[in-house]
Design a protein around this ligand. Structure first.
Ligand SMILES: [Zn+2]
Ligand SMILES: [Zn+2]
Length: 248
């Protein structure tokens, strides 16, 4: 047997052991996926439960519009954003517990499903934006070490991989701890994020960037990342998030 074949066999074998120990699970109900569902990365029942955010969407933040005669949502009418435009993928409520497990319960493997879904549903628009790189919203390093991963980065890597766009996790870094944004109003969010991000390396200059995060609420975080990128010469900043909406 040639060395290459043995190598393949060993990889196959390791993959099977890994699947026995950590069988792939449905990202929505968390049940172990049956053989037929493994290609789809989601079980049949749940595939019918999830829904994508669809038109009419706000031209700026991409969130669902209630009134299709409007171009912008009420939030974007009130406030100017630093980013150029963006889109969220899933409606929030069916994916809520999935995203929670992805973020806090070590279900890093969901990233593959999320990345593929984003590439399929939003890939055409992302390609039109022509991003030269994908930048995940960074976590504060000590916090990331505690959690073991940055969920935004896992999603960014899965998406970048599907669309063959390089992912950079060191161009923007978070240099200090920020309070959870949930209970803060827009003004407090702005203060909370002030100077939170800095450019970590300047040997890579990207003119067009896709910023990736898990949830979009007011856009303060994406704006804060866009601000440091634009100050360092990036011309266009777009974003994709797993989910989003006002008031979540
Ligand atoms: Zn399921
Ligand atoms: Zn909007």
């Amino acid at each position: 047997m040639r060395e290459k074949d043995t190598h393949h066999l060993r990889n196959d074998y390791l993959k099977r052991i890994r699947e026995l120990l950590f069988p792939p699970r449905c990202p929505v109900c968390d049940e172990v996926l049956g053989a037929q569902d493994r290609q789809r990365l989601i079980c049949r029942d749940c595939a019918g439960k999830i829904s994508f955010i669809h038109e009419p969407r706000c031209l700026k933040c991409g969130m669902a519009l209630e009134d299709e005669t409007e171009e912008y949502c009420s939030s974007c009418k009130k406030r100017r954003h630093i980013y150029d435009s963006g889109l969220a993928l899933f409606e929030y409520s069916p994916l809520r517990t999935s995203m929670y497990r992805f973020k806090y319960s070590g279900r890093a493997e969901y990233a593959k499903f999320y990345g593929r879904a984003a590439a399929r549903y939003l890939g055409e628009q992302i390609r039109k934006w022509q991003p030269e790189g994908v930048i995940p919203v960074p976590m504060y390093a000590p916090k990331e070490r505690m959690r073991g991963y940055n969920q935004a980065e896992l999603f960014a890597r899965a998406l970048g991989n599907e669309l063959s766009i390089p992912v950079y996790n060191d161009i923007v870094i978070r240099r200090r701890k920020t309070s959870p944004m949930k209970r803060l109003n827009a003004r407090q969010r702005h203060v909370n994020l002030k100077n939170a991000f800095i450019i970590g390396r300047n040997d890579v200059k990207l003119r067009r960037v896709l910023v990736v995060d898990d949830i979009y609420t007011t856009g303060s975080t994406i704006d804060a990342v866009a601000a440091v990128l634009k100050a360092s010469g990036t011309e266009k900043v777009f974003f994709v998030t797993l989910s989003g909406g006002n008031g979540i």
